[in-house]
Design a protein around this ligand. Structure first.
Ligand SMILES: Cc1cc2nc3c(=O)[nH]c(=O)nc-3n(C[C@H](O)[C@H](O)[C@H](O)COP(=O)(O)O)c2cc1C
Length: 380
């Protein structure tokens, strides 16, 4: 007879449901419930930030700081969450951030997320590293999609991705510039995470394999190795010359970069630290947002992501200067729990949570939220 095991075997991850579980009372509940639906190492990969999670945790703390001050006797019967974002009319300010490898949590991956985006009239940013081909995601009925572009070491490959996105009907390019170096997640590493075979960057299949630059003896692995192919300002100018699509830049944290990007004709910015997954020790996105808004003036399109877990977080981001927000991890957690239905439900909950904050603070529209001061106010 075998001796009894000393520890219980880890529970297998559950398959996505085709209904919304009764435990979900708010958008953030998807984060907690997702632990039952995502295998432990994969959960660590998704939830983790880079290295020690310093920035990932700072993102959450930043949202906990300011309060929304209630107002009395306000008439919000005609209130709404509509906005015009760089010419695009949207019913609410909740966009879906690019999140790679979604087949990690759902067999249909990005296709399900696209269905939810279409149902909720949200914009979906599809990652260069999506686990479904960009053409398949764009063909989901009713989806309005942007293509998230990572510069590839070979300009011909970058150009081909751009042309494929344009031909497939993507409406804008979301150029992510903060991830030239893939900083490891210690949390994912310690959990033993390895990307499974079925979860591949489908958009890059068929291009010649890239051989990593080997620095010569005495050269730096980072400066002369990894950073050799990292994009620079002239690459941005080159990209702008290749397409008529609007280009947004994601990963902005410094007001000087924000101003330089606007001056070079970039259509809008996403203030983001990649959910704490790039430079560990970078500031919380929310904490740099007021300075970036101030540098850009009131009218330039600025979004924010990193750390949003509730409608109140969305309210705070808008009060501190964002026109709209992008939702990262909550999207994957909801996808894991209940597929397209879960993602759509998560967006509905976030919107309703935002509306509660607006109603109770007397804000009849998002312009009013932009003019609200949080308590205590971090702004002069
Ligand atoms: C698992 C995972 C994969 C991601 N993949 C990408 C990607 O391919 N491209 C990109 O620009 N950002 C990527 N991000 C960052 C998100 O777009 C977004 O900036 C971040 O998740 C926002 O923080 P939040 O998760 O706290 O909402 C990824 C984030 C996660 C969690």
């Amino acid at each position: 007879m075998n001796p009894a095991p000393k520890t219980a075997a880890p529970r297998a991850a559950l398959n996505p449901l085709n209904h919304i579980p009764a435990q979900i009372l708010c958008a953030q509940d998807y984060e907690f419930l997702a632990r039952q639906f995502i295998a432990g190492p994969s959960y660590a990969y998704i939830a983790g930030g880079s290295e020690h999670d310093i920035t990932a945790e700072a993102n959450l703390r930043a949202f906990a700081e300011g309060c929304v001050q209630p107002r009395l006797l306000c008439d919000v019967r005609d209130a709404h969450t509509r906005l015009n974002l760089a010419g695009l009319d949207l019913p609410h300010p909740l966009l879906l951030a690019p999140v790679a490898f979604q087949k990690l949590v759902h067999p249909a991956g990005e296709l399900e997320t696209a269905r939810a985006a279409a149902a909720m009239q949200s914009v979906l940013a599809v990652s260069t590293l999506a686990s479904q081909p960009l053409e398949s995601v764009a063909s989901v009925p009713g989806v309005y999609a942007w293509f998230q572009l990572y510069f590839q070491p070979d300009r011909a490959v970058t150009l081909d991705l751009l042309q494929r996105a344009s031909a497939a009907g993507y409406r804008a390019i979301l150029l992510t510039l903060d991830a030239s170096i893939q900083v490891p997640s210690f949390r994912a590493h310690r959990a033993g995470f390895v990307m499974p075979e079925h979860c591949r960057p489908e958009n890059l299949a068929g291009y010649p394999a890239v051989t990593a630059s080997q620095p010569a003896t005495g050269e730096s692995r980072i400066f002369q190795g990894v950073m050799r192919h990292a994009p620079r300002w002239d690459d941005l100018a080159w990209l702008q010359a290749q397409t008529d699509l609007p280009i947004w830049v994601k990963g902005v944290l410094h007001p000087d970069d924000a101003v330089a990007l606007r001056e070079r004709g970039v259509s809008g910015l996403v203030v983001s630290n990649h959910g704490g997954r790039t430079l560990d020790g970078a500031p919380a996105s929310l904490s740099v947002l007021p300075a970036i808004r101030k540098a850009e003036g009131d009218d330039y399109p600025v979004m924010l992501d990193s750390g949003i877990r509730s409608g109140m977080d969305v309210f705070k981001a808008i009060a501190l200067g964002a026109d709209a927000v992008m939702i990262g991890r909550l999207q994957v957690y909801a996808l894991a729990v209940a597929g397209a239905l879960g993602v759509a439900h998560m967006l509905k909950l976030l919107r309703e949570e935002l509306e509660i904050c607006m109603a109770m603070s007397g804000c009849a529209n998002l312009q009013a939220v932009r003019q609200t001061r949080l308590f205590p106010s971090p702004i002069e």
